[in-house]
Ligand binder design. Structure first.
Ligand SMILES: Nc1ncnc2c1ncn2[C@@H]1O[C@H](COP(=O)(O)OP(=O)(O)O)[C@@H](O)[C@H]1O
Ligand SMILES: [Mg+2]
Length: 213
């Protein structure tokens, strides 16, 4: 049996990552695949505790420069990768990630100005060099994305539209640099249309292992 495939969902807040990741999880599970979905930060007790610090609106009281913010994400990533993701891939499970290393490059790197090379190096350390086989980038303009969020903003969502413009551009730069791994999807389309496009990309990935879905 081939090693499991790792698929990450990226994009700014409100672009539809969680919606799509959950749809894909249900679809693949319905087809009989073993699938696990994790969100970052999170997925382990440490990750969920770090998530509380990083995303809770109460965390806005905690001053945090970009590098410190990034290192907290990296700690959550190291824990999730080593203890959860790698063992699952080893037993041929498909792992879906609602955010992974590219989020740090886009948010703390392009968004907050932390040295991109430092983030790449620490990401490599935290993931032991593991990279997604496919990264779905849900691309959407920040005004539309932020207007979709109809709950209280988390700490990072409070950075505002200018910040998210930089993050979006950062993501597109990353996608251009790695066209084999990234698939950019227009996130302004209907939910089901987007799901269909993502499934086509997953289908071609699985076909490489001789698996049809
Ligand atoms: N394609 C879409 N068109 C319109 N609204 C959407 C679409 N995808 C998601 N939404 C809605 O937008 C909001 C944010 O979606 P969500 O999946 O939570 O985004 P993210 O996880 O990227 O922050 C949710 O209320 C969701 O129902
Ligand atoms: Mg989400």
């Amino acid at each position: 049996m081939p090693r499991g495939r790792l698929i990450s969902f990226e994009g700014i807040d409100g672009s539809g990552k969680s919606t799509q990741a959950e749809q894909i999880e249900l679809y693949l599970r319905g087809k009989g695949f073993e699938v696990k979905l994790f969100r970052e930060p999170g997925g382990t007790p440490l990750g969920e505790a770090v998530r509380e610090i990083l995303l809770s609106p109460r965390g806005s009281d905690i001053a945090m420069d970009g590098l410190s913010e990034y290192l907290l994400f990296a700690a959550s990533r190291a824990e999730l990768t080593g203890k959860v993701i790698k063992p699952l891939l080893d037993r041929s499970c498909t792992v879906l990630l609602d955010r992974y290393g590219d989020s740090s490059l886009a948010y703390q790197g392009y968004g907050r100005g932390v040295d991109i090379d430092i983030i790449r190096r620490v990401n490599r350390l935290a993931t032991g060099g593991l990279k997604p086989d496919l990264t779905v980038l849900l691309d959407l303009d920040p005004d539309t994305a932020l207007s979709r969020i109809n709950r209280a903003s988390d700490r990072i969502e409070q950075y505002g539209a200018d910040f998210f413009r930089k993050v979006r551009e950062g993501y597109l730069t990353l996608a251009e640099a790695e066209p084999d791994r990234f698939r950019v999807v227009d996130a302004s389309l209907d939910v089901d249309v987007i799901t269909g496009q993502i499934l086509m990309h997953i289908e071609s990935l699985f076909n490489q292992d001789g698996i049809t879905i």
